[in-house]
Design a binder for this molecule. Structure first.
Ligand SMILES: Nc1ncnc2c1ncn2[C@@H]1O[C@H](COP(=O)(O)OP(=O)(O)OP(=O)(O)O)[C@@H](O)[C@H]1O
Ligand SMILES: [Mg+2]
Length: 257
């Protein structure tokens, strides 16, 4: 069966290019009555193959940042480049197909369509982006194999556990062979054991295929398994640390305390 993902086993040894770039990124929401400055000049570079966690209090702009970087939401000013492409230089149609090609999305509430089976949910974005039905089916199966759920492919989401639903959501995100997967609180609705299984799955996909992951999370246990932790506060990046440094920092603090 066709493997849907590039196999970059030597990925660690290669020099990794920047895949996500934000320069002086501002986002203002204007609801008519009030204006909210949701992002206040974000500068950020993420390399291909990184796993980055974003934390911060509710309302600090994490989802807005994900939506602006992925082009789901328009930006007020600044620059966003994905794989070198300035996304403001693309028409709506071009942006939609760029996103379909380059990115997958995983959400807290899975966002699976209840009337479709797991297989059909995974197939859908492929069909929407114009892949022929026969190829779409083949790629969907390969993607479902990646997440280890072939036995559940014919079931509808209502018959599945939260963990199984999230695995199908990950399979759906992988089906278009993206280079980036954005995950907004991917474990937010899961118990800690299932949450760890989902994290392990994403880390394996990162290791084996060099996929770049950006996780928004409220859980420090999740965040410390990323390679890098960005902390946001009120529309700004407050701290940007490798998790190795973070561990060193907390062990030093533990030592001196
Ligand atoms: N569509 C919108 N229209 C107007 N204001 C918005 C919109 N989306 C977000 N905001 C505002 O932008 C700010 C940042 O919101 P955002 O959803 O990015 O926060 P968050 O960090 O993801 O929070 P949470 O952890 O609760 O998900 C908040 O003040 C929010 O009210
Ligand atoms: Mg949010």
């Amino acid at each position: 069966m066709e493997q849907p993902l590039p196999n970059n086993r030597n990925f660690e040894k290669e020099k990794k290019p920047t895949i996500i770039e934000a320069i002086s990124l501002y986002k203002e929401y204007d609801t008519g009555k009030i204006k909210v400055q949701a992002l206040k000049g974000i500068d950020l570079h993420i390399q291909q193959g990184e796993v980055v966690a974003i934390m911060g209090p509710s309302g600090c702009g994490k989802t807005t940042l994900l939506n602006c970087l992925s082009g789901l939401d328009g930006i007020t000013s600044g620059t966003v480049r994905i794989a070198g492409q300035d996304i403001r230089g693309l028409s709506d149609k071009e942006l939609t197909s760029f996103r379909a090609r380059e990115m997958g999305f995983v959400f807290q509430t899975y966002n699976l369509l209840p009337v479709l089976t797991g297989l059909e949910n995974v197939e859908l974005p492929l069909l929407v982006s114009g892949v022929r039905p026969k190829d779409a089916r083949q790629r969907a199966w390969a993607s479902i194999e990646q997440v280890g759920l072939t036995n559940w492919a014919r079931h509808r989401p209502a018959e599945m556990s939260g963990g199984q639903r999230q695995r199908f959501a990950i399979a759906r995100a992988l089906a278009t062979v993206p280079s980036i997967v954005w995950a907004d609180e991917p474990t937010g609705a899961l118990d800690s054991k299932t949450s760890q299984e989902i994290i392990d799955l994403m880390l394996r996909l990162n290791r084996e295929h060099g996929l770049t992951f950006v996780w928004v999370t409220h859980a420090i246990d999740v965040a410390r398994q990323a390679q890098r932790l960005i902390t946001m506060s009120d529309g700004n990046i407050e701290e940007d640390l490798s998790t190795e440094d973070l561990q060193l920092q907390s062990s030093t603090q533990g030592f001196t305390a």
